[in-house]
Design a protein around this ligand. Structure first.
Ligand SMILES: [Zn+2]
Length: 300
């Protein structure tokens, strides 16, 4: 088993002073971890964006569904009003026929009493017909109002359907782009993971932190405080986090900590740090007598 991994050799080769290779190694690990952290943040954003879009799709579909349900319900109500009206019209027809029959019978009635009885029956028929006609009028008013509501619901559904189709298409296109972005990010992540030596524990520790909800697993110390847990860092640990001869973790929250405070060379922009590039320690840079960046060590 070789003493150094290929990566270690590359560090030693590329560093001006082989004795400072361990410092480079720790910085390089931090750089990789930061790059992992940013990739993970991007993956999380993709995932929450996807959920958001999926939710919009669900909301839009359920709105569409409820519009269709309303139209269906109104159609059923309309049909049932029609049936009701037809039944009442038939009833009136029967009653009219009965009335005519009774009138004929009344003419032929053998006694006044019987005639009187038939006339009373005819009156009852008339009353029933009156009630049925009133009911039919009420049904007609209801039917008109259902027809208006149906017309309105159909127009709304038609307009919304067009908007819904357009929005759905846009969302599906965005989801497709997100899928591609996610695939790309995962690929990048795997590339980063492969840069860690097999025996390196830091990536495993990084994932443990992320799983515990500590998504900012690698933090740049602010003044004398860990930005992860907001607790003070003792002087000796702060010194270690600044020199970074080896990986340093916060005693309170176990996050990876590093510090660029006091760096003489500020040629690494915020954007560089965002992308996982870090400046070398000021001492190291002074000793190297030239501007060397961690990414120069790796040629990226
Ligand atoms: Zn902490």
């Amino acid at each position: 088993m070789p003493l150094f991994s290929e990566r270690d050799y590359r560090i030693v080769e590329k560093s001006i002073f082989p004795s400072i290779a361990s410092e480079l190694k720790a910085w390089e690990t931090i750089r990789l971890l930061l790059a992992c952290q940013h990739a993970n943040e991007r993956l999380t954003k993709i995932s929450s964006k996807r959920e958001e879009l999926q939710h919009s799709l669900d909301v839009s579909s359920s709105k569409m569904e409820s519009m269709n349900d309303k139209i269906q319900r109104l159609n059923v109500e309309h049909a049932s009003s029609n049936d009701d009206m037809k039944a009442k019209e038939l009833e009136i027809k029967d009653l009219e026929a009965r009335k005519r029959k009774l009138k004929a019978e009344s003419i032929k009635a053998s006694s006044n009493k019987l005639c009187q009885k038939i006339i009373q029956e005819i009156e009852r028929c008339k009353e029933k017909i009156d009630k049925l006609e009133t009911a039919i009028l009420e049904i007609l008013v209801d039917k008109d109002s259902i027809s208006c509501e149906l017309e309105e619901a159909r127009t709304l559904q038609h307009d919304y359907s067009q908007q819904h189709d357009k929005e759905e298409q846009e969302i599906r296109n965005t989801l497709k782009v997100l899928d591609e972005d996610e695939l790309q990010e995962k690929e990048n992540f795997h590339k980063l993971e492969r840069e860690f030596p097999a025996e390196d524990e830091s990536l495993r520790h990084f994932w443990n932190l992320v799983k515990k909800g500590k998504h900012n697993a690698v933090v740049d110390v602010v003044k004398e405080t860990c930005p992860g847990c907001n607790l003070e860092i003792c002087t000796s640990l702060l010194q270690e986090a600044t020199e970074l001869e080896e990986i340093v973790k916060c005693e309170s929250c176990d996050r990876f900590i590093f510090s660029t405070i006091g760096a003489i060379f500020h040629y690494v922009s915020e954007e560089d740090i965002e992308h996982g590039q870090l400046p070398l320690l000021p001492q190291l840079a002074l000793r190297a007598k030239k501007t060397v960046r961690i990414r120069d060590v790796w040629g990226n």
